[in-house]
Design a protein around this ligand. Structure first.
Ligand code: HEM
Length: 121
């Protein structure tokens, strides 16, 4: 979820002046929170561009947002993925991507419209 970051960002409107990271954000300013960027922050995440499935603190990421609006369904989403991979791995040894995947043309959803795969027993 961190490495892929399905939703790239969300936006907020500042309710008061605040200095953050050396920048002044004024009341009414619109602020974009790039989860995709935070999830590749090399000051927090070791080798952030690498997919390391058994890395320490694997659930420590921003792909479900942060704070009071953090994703309500994050545990359901994790459970769905866990079951999906359990069932796939019980049936197939290898999933081969054949051909070039087609991406969703969006700066919000980081997804695919088409990905052809071959499943090997
Ligand atoms: C991989 C799958 C998912 C990802 C990456 C994801 C990501 C997110 C993100 C980034 C937010 C916004 C947090 C914010 O605005 O600060 C959010 C909010 C939310 N998500 Fe998800 N989500 C996923 C699956 C789900 C599922 C399966 C459900 C419901 C069963 C769900 C329900 C919600 C709800 C209700 C909110 C709004 C929470 C609020 O505004 O207080 N999400 N999600």
């Amino acid at each position: 979820i961190r490495w892929q970051t399905p939703l790239s960002h969300m936006r907020r409107t500042a309710t008061q002046d605040i200095e953050f990271g050396g920048k002044l954000i004024r009341k009414g300013d619109r602020v974009v929170m790039w989860y995709a960027s935070g999830n590749r922050d090399e000051t927090v995440i070791d080798r952030p561009d690498e997919f390391i499935i058994d890395r320490d603190h694997a659930r420590h990421h921003l792909a479900f947002g942060f704070g009071i609006h953090r994703c309500m369904g994050n545990r359901v989403a994790e459970l769905q993925l866990k079951i999906l991979w359990e069932e796939i791995l019980a049936r197939f040894s290898h999933v081969e991507v054949v051909g070039e995947p087609a991406r969703v043309a969006s700066n919000f959803v980081n997804g695919f419209t088409d990905m052809q795969v071959r499943l090997h027993a």
